[in-house]
Each structure stands twice: as C-alpha cells, then as structure tokens.
Design a protein around this ligand. Structure first.
Ligand SMILES: [Zn+2]
Ligand SMILES: [Zn+2]
Length: 560
C-alpha cells in the first residue's frame, strides 16, 4: 500500500516551487510585486515574487514568480508584503577595508558591517591591508578572525595579501579560506629614488602603509606560479610609474616619474595630473605580460579608474586571458571638475578623473561583455585628521582633531611635522573614500540621472551576482534562488533623502557624499533569513536577534 506523504500533494503540479505547507518550523515569507529573480531561461528579471525563507537553515526554500496571499501559508508564518518596493539579493561588496585590528580608530568590524547592513550589503570582503597585522600570513588571518568574531552584522570574508617574500604563506591562506589575494604593483626601488628626490613628494608612502610593501615583477611571477592551479582570484592595485623615454639616443631610461607637483597642492587638478592614466595602463601591461605564467588563474584589476585601460583588458580577454576588472561607485558618481579646492574627502588612488572619463566607464558597463564585471565601494576610511580637511570645508568643523597628530603608521608627529601638513593638501592627505553601505543609492542616483541608465537587474548583476562570483561564493551568495542564503535587500527605488551624519554608520563621518541628495533607500536588510536592519526601526534600526550581530565569517575553502 502506498503511504501518502502530505508534502507530496502539491509536488505533482509544481515540484520545485511548492511552498512547504507541512513545515512545523515557522517560515518567513517575503512578497512583492517587484523582485529581481531568475526566469525559466535563467535570465535576471523583475517579477512579482513570493520568497519563502527558513530562519532555521538561513536559506531560501522556494521562490514563486507570483504574489501568494498570506492565507496560502500556515498561521504561524511571518508574512510581509513589501509591494511596491524591490526585493533584491543582498549586495556583496567585494572590496572593503575594515582596518581591524591595529587601526580600529579608522574603522572596525562592528561599525563597518553596521554601515554595510544599513545599505542592503549582506556580505563584505575585507582587504588584507591597513589592519595590523596585515593578512599576508596565516597568523595575520588568525588575528583578523579573532578580532572579527562576534562583531559582524553581515557576513564577512577575507582576502590575503601578496608582499615580497610571503609566497610560502599563499597556499596555507587558501586552505584557511581567503577569497583571493591583493598586491600593490609598483616598480621595486622607486620608493628609494623618490625619497632621495629633493621635492620629497613621496607618492608611495602617502597611500601605502609600512607593513604592506609593493611587489616587484618577480614577486608577482612567483605568486602566479604558486597559485596557478588554485581556485582563487589574484588581484592587483594597478598603478605603476612608467619609465620615461630619454630624449636623446636610443636609451630608454627608468627615470624619476613626473611626480613633482606643478601647481597648488590644495587644488585637485594638481593631484590628478600627478597620477595620469599611464600609471594604470603601464601596470596592466605588466600584469598581462606575466599572465602566461598562470593561464588558468583568475586575474583581476581592483578599482579601475582610467578608461585608457579598457582596450588593453578587452584585447587580453579576447585572446583568452582570464582577467576581469572592477570599478567603484566613486568613479561612476564623482568627477574631477566638481572637486573643490582642499576637499580631500575625494582623494583616492587611482584618482577620480574627468567627467568624460566617467562617461567612458558608464558606456563600458553597458557593453554586453564589459571588462568591468563588478562595482565595489573600496571603502577605505581613516581618521579625520589624516584627511587634513580644511576647517571651512564640508562640515569638518564637527571633526575633532587631537593635539597629538598621528601619521599613517601611528607615529606621533612633531609639531613641525604636523604643521608641515597643510590642510587641504591632496598630496599629504590619506587616500581613500568612505562609502560602505551607500553604494546602492549612489549607483541608483547616478544611473537614473543618465540618458541610458542601468536597469535594476544590471545593478544586481554588477553588485551581487558577479561580486559573489569574484570571491568564489556564487553557490550561496549574490542571488535569489532556492537553496541559497536568504540574504535580501528591500529597496525603495523612488525615495529621496539627503546623506547626513546619521546615515553614515561607518566610524568616521567623512565622506564626499555627505550632504548629497540620493535617490533610492534601503528599507530592510535580511541576512540568512534574519532581519538585521530596518530603517527607522528600534535600536537604531538594528533589529536583529536580541540586538546582537548575526554575521558569520566566511572561511570555507574556495572550490570555484
Ligand atoms: Zn588599492
Ligand atoms: Zn582598496
């Protein structure tokens, strides 16, 4: 005799999509007239949807491309209709500097991941530099993990770093679960030459911390060979000072770069011209020339700014080189012409370039096989004093500067050294832009103001699907699919708001977006089936389990 399992009753008609009517565990059901899900041909589409989540397993149980009424579910179901707001997969921000341990006054796991959660970001991947120790050794990763535990409001993964002499650490770091590696690329020895230059405008040490030196081509070659058959992503900060051709004779000499600033140090154009697009193209050519050493290894250019780099990458991809690039919210939203004198909140490396460069990045994003596969924040904060913001600029009067000014590496500066650092000096200011958790509104605001805006499915592809893929997490993050983590962002794509201090939840409230009007606001953020953030909710919006952080550390070894 056949025993009828009640849960089979519905499976005869709609096998994959049947909500589990017989479940004893209370379910959570999120519905909306608009969600970004997949259609039957596996295309991302905006569709009505009913998402059934298990708070128990933290995964998505089923997705129906229609809005079922609450009466379709058991009485103990938590049923929320978000119509007309969009249900999106939680964003995966694959480039964030959380700086803990060691520079926790710059950022930290707690504050950085709160900011992420408030902006619908449910996974962040922490960069290996700016924490002390950096994540360049297995021990460094262990220190990170210890510092992060119990502090994270969203899920957090880690990158490792490549520095000279740490190639023996790379495979152990892979085993321990790093999601990829980053190296700084700049010709070895240049630093010393710049130091001896009378102008003393030291390009390297202004944006680079002591414990994370740049790699030479031979270090890169060694890293490529070490990782050649490993599922990981090898990423580069692609700026390098190109050699300058001598004006006489056939000699090509490696000369001092054109780095003596010509113009006031507080004017953005002086800074911009000190870091021309050639820095990026030269570095990318160097990486491409080494790429045959590891043809199977996924390579990636972080924070691409110069459009001149795009044709190089396109040609390389066409001949089969496994290389992708990311750009950042700030290169798409901001432009050099709009940066006021002394407004060092805009300083980052590579720099924010002209509005025509920005147009070029947008048109590349619209290409069917864009080399720009992902958009990330590169959230890289520091203390306000290291930004050297002028008193007159951008509400910086609210910023408390301590008497004892510290340098980038924590050293207390003498009175003379501190005074030498003129406020508003783009060269002496720390390079890095704060924006974690603001990315979705930044992108949506900029995009919808353009003549051919990105669709919301493009945004999901660039900021969730592909960023998850970049870090080997596409089996559980970055998409709304049955079986995947129930990470959901509820996005009100029409609301307008102004970025004030209260909306910047990262530790130091210094960001070029302060005071800007944004289109689109995140209403709720769910991490693995738990609501962690609700705008205007209790406890500053952090409504999760007893007000405690529920984020997990993502340390499973990469398989893809
Ligand atoms: Zn970088
Ligand atoms: Zn970065």
């Amino acid at each position: 005799m056949e025993i009828k399992n009640p849960s089979n009753r519905f499976q005869e008609t709609t096998p994959a999509l049947t909500p589990p009517y017989d479940s004893n565990i209370p379910l959570t059901v999120l519905v909306s007239s608009r969600a970004v899900i997949y259609d039957e041909e596996n295309n991302l589409v905006v569709s009505p949807a009913t998402l059934t989540l298990s708070p128990h397993t933290g995964t998505i149980i089923s997705i129906l491309p229609t809005v079922l009424p609450a009466s379709s579910f058991p009485a103990n179901t938590q049923y929320i209709d978000h119509t007309p707001h969009l249900l999106l997969p939680g964003l995966v921000d694959a480039h964030v500097h959380l700086n803990e341990p060691g520079r926790t006054e710059w950022e930290g796991f707690n504050t950085g991941t709160r900011a992420a959660a408030s902006g619908g970001v449910t996974t962040v991947i922490d960069m290996p530099l700016n924490a002390i120790p950096p994540t360049t050794t297995l021990n460094g990763l262990k220190e990170k993990v210890k510092a992060a535990e119990g502090q994270c409001w969203v899920d957090v993964g880690f990158y490792g770093g490549i520095i000279p002499g740490n190639s023996h650490e790379l495979l152990p770091l892979v085993e321990a679960g790093v999601r990829g590696f980053k190296g700084f690329l700049i010709e070895s020895g240049v630093s010393d030459r710049i130091h001896s230059d009378v102008q003393t405008y030291d390009l390297l040490t202004l944006f680079q911390v002591d414990e994370f030196p740049a790699v030479s081509s031979s270090d890169v070659a060694l890293a490529m060979k070490t990782l050649s058959s490993t599922p990981t992503t090898l990423m580069f900060h692609a700026e390098m000072i190109p050699p300058i051709t001598a004006s006489v004779g056939d000699d090509v000499q490696t000369s001092l770069p054109p780095l003596s600033p010509s113009g006031p140090l507080t004017s953005y154009s002086t800074f911009l011209s000190s870091r021309p697009p050639a820095f990026e193209t030269y570095a990318i050519e160097e990486i491409l020339s080494l790429s045959p050493l590891a043809p199977e290894l996924q390579l990636h250019i972080v924070h691409l700014s110069a459009v001149e780099a795009i044709p190089l990458l396109r040609a390389a991809r066409e001949r089969g080189v496994k290389i992708t690039a990311e750009t950042c919210f700030h290169y798409l939203a901001l432009a050099s012409e709009e940066v006021s004198d002394g407004d060092t909140r805009h300083k980052c490396c590579p720099p924010i370039r002209s509005s025509s460069n920005r147009d070029g990045l947008w048109s590349e994003l619209a290409q069917p096989d864009s080399v720009l596969q992902t958009i990330v924040s590169d959230h890289s904060p520091c203390t306000p004093e290291l930004k050297l913001l002028p008193d007159t600029c951008c509400g910086s009067a609210e910023v408390k500067i301590s008497d004892k000014m510290k340098g980038v590496n924590g050293e207390i500066l003498s009175k003379e050294e501190a005074e030498e650092k003129e406020k508003g000096d783009f060269f002496a200011s720390w390079g890095g832009i704060s924006s974690v958790g603001l990315g979705l509104p930044i992108l949506w605001t900029s995009s919808t103001s353009r003549s051919s805006p990105l669709s919301i499915t493009d945004v999901v592809r660039l900021c969730a699907v592909n960023t998850a893929k970049q870090v080997g997490l596409s089996h559980k993050k970055g998409a709304l699919r049955p079986g995947m983590d129930a990470d959901v962002c509820v996005f009100d794509d029409d609301a307008e708001w102004i970025v004030g201090r209260e909306q910047m939840l990262f530790r130091n409230k210094v960001s070029p977006y302060q005071g800007r009007t944004m289109r689109g606001v995140v209403r709720q953020t769910w991490v693995r089936g738990q609501k962690v953030f609700e705008r205007e909710g209790a406890n500053g919006g952090f409504v999760g389990k007893g007000g405690l952080p529920v984020g997990k550390l993502l340390l499973e070894r990469r398989k893809i």
